[in-house]
Design a protein around this ligand. Structure first.
Ligand code: ADP
Length: 506
């Protein structure tokens, strides 16, 4: 290089600038600058150069230039610039606010457009920008994500009310991520927030709709319960008087009419009872009185009650008690209703043969259970209907052309009662081959049978009527028909005094 001209090493476009720099140096002013030069392989190098004047006595005779190769440094700087531009483009592409916040003083070090970065000044803090507070967040409504991240050293997520671009308050989901230095100390957090106002509104609407639906359901159940009571009271009168007419009338035509009133009334009463049961279950008002119950006792009671119905359909109704000791903790009344519903259905859906109610014990899933089976030789139920007949109002034969009468509520109530008592109901059935409904309850150790009042314990008159001469009954009821009916029924048995309410009775 010595003795050579430097000009060919410099790019021609740079020459005017360098000329000025050299003139300035020759005027006595040292200069620092960067310049691109070519090396001997014709590769471009970037030099950081210092030019100082060369004095000879008082006069300047030339310049001395010191050049340092900063090519690699420049390449690295360019790469960093490109990367930061790339990151900035990603941040700007985000439609939700994004910040990097200093862990020491809550100042925002970096933000994107969605975070209103054009309005941020030096030292702007996260709390001033998003909350218009003059102190960091600290309440339960506004737990500070930075504080949480500081304590836990883990990412966090909180819900805040933020001031939006247009000054609205919006529900925001705020996410905070820690940034640590090499010593593991938290130096910054990354925070981004998403507008969840619509989601919040939808959640509130769902909660409101749910509460409304529950309230409506409660009102409906109360209404049904009241209506059922209002309808049942006069029905008791109709049924009772029809029964008396049936027994006392000598005219066969009248007997027939009374019979019709009685059976139609009974059907209506059964439906009313089912509606009442369902509404009580739905309103969660069914009272359960559990006690230790011997299953055979209740099965025998149910069979006795349903025998006339089976007889009138020329069907047998029998029991098969395989285990007399089978017992469970149940509500006697509900158990009787469960068995009655199943036996009643079994008779209703059987044309020939009959119904057998079995009682036994078994180990199921390692637990001892009492097993009640109501088996019939009836029409059977196809597999596809096995689940659906337990739903409210569902019947295998539906619509106006249906073959069997009924409300479609019996089995759903039965299942609900079984569930309430902690049991299980299963069905085994095939079309044309009959059905077996199986009810399981956790069994308890054998108990002694309660002594029930039997007919032998009651003094009976010659015509079979039971009488308690000299006995008095105080009847409290506000329905005159019911009072008349009871009095009529008890007229040869005991004397009855009545009162319309508890106060008068006392
Ligand atoms: P309902 O008897 O009032 O119609 P349920 O809820 O008691 O209502 O029964 C629903 C349906 O299940 C009945 O309509 C009938 O189709 C079917 N079902 C119930 N028990 C039997 C049975 N033992 N044999 C055949 N089908 C039955």
């Amino acid at each position: 290089m010595l003795g050579k001209n430097v000009l060919p090493l410099i790019s021609p476009e740079d020459l005017p600038r360098l000329q000025k720099i050299f003139i300035e140096t020759l005027s006595g002013n040292p200069q620092s600058y960067e310049v691109e030069v070519f090396n001997k392989n014709k590769e471009t190098l970037i030099l950081a150069v210092n030019n100082v004047p060369l004095f000879h006595g008082d006069s300047i005779t030339g310049t001395v230039s010191f050049g340092r190769d900063i090519t690699n440094q420049k390449i690295a700087e360019k790469k960093i610039q490109e990367q930061s531009k790339f990151l900035q483009s990603i941040l700007e592409a985000l439609t939700y606010p994004f910040y990097v916040i200093d862990a020491k003083d809550y100042t925002i070090k970096l933000a994107n457009k969605a975070a209103m970065n054009d309005r941020l000044g030096k030292g702007s803090t996260c709390y001033a920008i998003t909350h218009k507070f003059n102190r960091p967040c600290n309440s339960e409504d506004h737990p500070c994500p930075l504080e949480i991240v500081k304590q836990t050293k883990k990412p966090t997520q909180v819900e805040h009310l933020h001031h939006s671009d247009d000054g609205r308050l919006q529900n925001s989901e705020v996410h905070g991520y820690p940034i640590f230095d090499d010593n593991g100390d938290l130096i910054q957090i990354i925070e981004y927030s998403m507008d969840i106002s619509d989601r919040k509104k939808a959640e509130e609407a769902i909660i409101e709709a749910k509460e409304k639906a529950e309230e409506m359901n409660r009102l409906k159940s109360n209404f049904l319960a009241n209506m059922s009571h209002e309808l049942r009271t006069p029905m008791i009168g109709i049924l009772g008087f029809a029964e008396i007419l049936k027994g006392e009338s000598d005219i066969s035509e009248m007997k027939k009419i009374a019979d019709s009133i009685y059976s139609s009334g009974n059907r209506l009463m059964e439906t009313l009872n089912q509606i009442l049961d369902l509404s009580l279950i739905e309103a969660d008002k069914h009272k359960i009185n559990t006690s230790e119950v011997k299953i055979a006792d209740i099965v025998l009671e149910s069979v006795k009650l349903n025998k006339p119905f089976a007889d009138s359909n020329n069907l047998f109704l029998q029991t098969s008690i395989n285990d007399k000791t089978a017992a469970a903790k149940l509500d006697e009344r509900l158990l009787l209703q469960i068995i009655n519903n199943l036996v009643n259905n079994a008779i209703k859906f059987t044309e020939e043969g009959g119904v057998t109610v079995e009682v036994g014990k078994d180990r199921i899933d390692g637990k001892s259970c009492v097993v009640i089976k109501v088996k019939d030789t009836g029409i059977g139920i196809s597999k596809e209907h096995h689940n659906f007949i337990f739903e409210e109002f569902r019947q295998v034969s539906e619509g106006l052309g249906r073959t069997y009468e009924g409300s479609g509520l019996g089995l759903s109530i039965t299942k609900k009662f079984v569930d309430l008592l902690g049991g299980k109901i299963l069905l085994d059935s095939q079309i044309g081959k009959g059905s077996t409904f199986i009810v399981l309850f956790p069994s308890i150790k054998t108990i002694k049978s309660k002594k029930k009042i039997t007919e032998n314990d009651i003094p009976a008159s010659e015509d079979g009527t039971v009488s308690y001469p000299g006995s008095k009954i105080l009847l409290v009821d506000d329905d005159q028909n019911t009072i008349d009916l009871v009095k009529l029924n008890l007229k040869n048995i005991c004397s009855v005094q009545d009162a319309p309410n508890g106060e008068t009775a006392i």
